[in-house]
Structure formats: C-alpha cells, structure tokens
Design a protein around this ligand. Sequence first.
Ligand code: FES
Length: 110
Amino acid sequence: MESIEIFIEDKDGTEKILEIPLGIQMSLMEVLRGENENIQGICGGMAICATCVIELLNKDELEIPEMQDDELSVLESLPEHSENSRLACQIPISEKLHHLHIRVPETVFV
Ligand code: FES
C-alpha cells in the first residue's frame, strides 16, 4: 500500500476523500491542517491546545492507536467531547488509518 484514503465529512453530511501517501512521518493534524480551517494545531502537536479535535466516525472498525493520558486529560477539559473525540496530532499517519471516516467540529471551545 503506497497511500491511504481518509473520508472527511462536511457539516451537510457529504464526504470528501483525502488521499495521503504513506511514509511521510506526519500526524493526522499536520495533514488536516492544510485541508480544514478548523484544524489549527496551535501547539504544534504537543497535546496542549486542543485545536486539532476531530470525531472518529468508524473507530471501532479500525485499529487506531490508543489514547494516552495527556490526550485524555485535554479532551476531558473541553466542554464538548464524546467517546469518539481525538486529538489529530496524537494520531500518526499509517496504514491503520486507511478508510477512516472523520468529522471536524465546527467550533472548538478551548
Ligand atoms: S495540535 Fe495542539 S493539541 Fe493537537
């Protein structure tokens, strides 16, 4: 596999396909930052700012890397989050993300 496909759901429910080459040593935040204005990544991937929150829509179908304690505490500090919320900066690009479906919240309260 040379690349993976990720599906980004719009607010109207339509999905955009993003093709990402493998082997680029980037996080999902770094890729999404160029695609969606609501992904800001202000802290540069340090799991501090929460400006890279996404919702994983099919996480149970994939082997997404598990959440660490620092990511969990940032997410729990947000007024709005769910069990599907993740910090995109804590998810490295890998073939495990192939066919991941995500939604980017319209507003992130930090
Ligand atoms: S970029 Fe700051 S928490 Fe992800």
